[in-house]
Each structure stands twice: as structure tokens, then as C-alpha cells.
Design a protein around this ligand. Structure first.
Ligand SMILES: [Fe+2]
Length: 258
């Protein structure tokens, strides 16, 4: 595994001064709003058929604007009463402890910045379209919301590199690139699929291998961030994800007592 790449995605580039910032006062230009609108139009041409119900319903429940960049206050006003999650603004990659500590508190860290018009499809680091359009609708689902909080809590308790790697893979293959079965069909829920174009299409083109979710396979399969994913795992439901965190917690607690 490209450990450096994995650390970059999950532990974050430890940018000088990176951390939480105020989301207030960030006004979006006409061009930035046009980027959001264009990205939404392109993805919404496909997602009603390919996204899972929880994500589609989440967009509705949040009343997420599709024609301009959403403001955190308006999304939080709709998100908090549903699952007690909220968005918090960050300026770039934040250290792992801050990232997972934030998840444990039901605070989803998101950048306020949006990709420029001339780089709609290629991005090296997440922007607000990935963070908010990709991730946040899933946080309106109570089971998924609990899963991510319990995930963050467990990561903050780890002091072992191998366990951290296992959790990084679990995040990657679920929150970022997860698939779920609904009424016999494979649907998207991973934020990396919601917010991308080619990779999401590729899932349904027969290219990648699609397997039933298996916790042990997932946590032992290294990933790369610079290629289309060759393997995806399909969950039976989001309770399977929450159960997997509880399973790892139990296993690792048992290890300590043996
Ligand atoms: Fe992400």
C-alpha cells in the first residue's frame, strides 16, 4: 500500500495552521455558484437512478440548494434536528486527531472552497462539492449517522498503526466508495462516487469487481487514491457498517484482555 497516499487522505496533510474556521462571511461569487450548479446538474442527471434512497432523501430533507453553493447555517438548521450532526468549516486538511475527534462529536469537517471552473473533474483534495454534496446527505440517515460517530470514536481511541490502517480501509471502502443493495439492485452511497463522474459510471460498466460486504476483506485490502477503484463492497444495509465498527471494537478489546 502506498502508505504515504493513505496517510494523506486520512490523516491529512498537516498544513501549517489547518483547523476549524468560521463559515460566516464566506460569500460565493457568481462563478463559484455556477460551478456548484453545473456539478449538481451533471450528477443529478444520473443519481436519481444510481444513488441509494438515504442519500436522495437526504438531499430533500436538507433542502440542499442545487443552483448555488449552500450555506452551512441553512444546512445545519435542517440537519441538527434529524441526527444531531452538524457541519463545521475547516481550512484544508486537518490533522487526523482533529478529523476523527470531530466525527466522534457528530461534527462533519468540510472545506468552504469550491473547485475552479477549469478543473471540474480533477481534484487532488476534497472541495465543498465533495464534502457537502457527497457526504452530508448520508448524515441524515440515523443508522449511518451513528455509524460515522462510532467510527470516529473508535479511531480516537486507537494507538496502534495496524488498527489505524484497518480503520482507514474501512472508511475508504464504505464512507468514500461504498455501495449498498436496495431491492436487489446495487446503489451508490460513497461520497467519492456521489461527487465524481467517471468513477461512478465505471461501477456500472462491469469494470470493477463487486463483492458482498465482508469486514475482514475490507480491512485487509490496501487502496490507492490515484486510480479507479478495482474492487467495491456492497453492504446489505447501513446497520452492517455500524455493526462492523462494533465488531472491531469488541475484537480489539478482547485482544487486550488475552
Ligand atoms: Fe470524502
Amino acid at each position: 500500500m502506498e502508505r504515504a497516499a493513505q496517510e494523506q487522505e486520512l490523516a491529512g496533510l498537516k498544513m501549517e495552521g489547518a483547523g476549524f474556521i468560521s463559515h460566516e462571511g464566506r460569500a460565493y461569487s457568481e462563478e463559484e455558484n455556477a460551478v456548484w450548479k453545473l456539478l449538481c446538474e451533471r450528477r443529478m442527471a444520473k443519481l436519481p437512478e444510481t444513488a441509494c434512497e438515504a442519500w436522495l432523501e437526504g438531499v430533500e430533507k436538507l433542502k440542499m440548494p442545487l443552483d448555488r453553493v449552500p450555506l452551512f447555517d441553512e444546512l445545519n438548521a435542517n440537519l441538527r434536528p434529524l441526527t444531531r450532526w452538524e457541519l463545521r468549516a475547516v481550512n484544508g486538511f486537518i490533522p487526523a486527531e482533529m478529523f476523527f475527534g470531530s466525527m466522534a462529536k457528530r461534527q462533519f469537517p468540510s472545506t468552504l472552497e469550491i473547485r475552479p471552473m477549469d478543473r471540474l473533474e480533477y481534484l487532488q483534495e476534497p472541495d465543498i462539492f465533495h464534502d457537502v454534496f457527497g457526504h452530508v446527505p448520508m448524515h441524515t440517515d440515523p443508522v449511518f449517522a451513528d455509524f460515522v460517530q462510532e467510527y470516529g470514536q473508535l479511531v480516537t481511541e486507537l494507538d496502534d498503526r495496524d488498527k489505524f490502517d484497518a480503520m482507514a480501509r474501512l472508511w475508504w471502502y464504505t464512507v468514500e466508495f461504498g455501495l449498498v443493495e436496495e431491492a436487489g439492485q446495487v446503489k451508490l452511497y460513497g461520497s467519492g462516487l456521489m461527487s465524481s463522474f467517471g468513477e461512478a459510471d465505471n461501477v456500472f460498466d462491469g469494470g470493477p469487481e463487486i463483492r458482498p460486504f465482508d469486514l475482514d476483506e475490507v480491512i485487509s485490502t490496501p487502496f490507492r487514491i490515484d486510480i479507479y477503484q478495482p474492487i467495491f463492497w456492497v453492504a446489505e444495509g447501513f446497520d452492517q457498517l455500524r455493526d462492523s465498527v462494533q465488531e472491531l471494537r469488541r475484537r480489539w478489546a478482547e485482544e487486550l484482555t488475552n
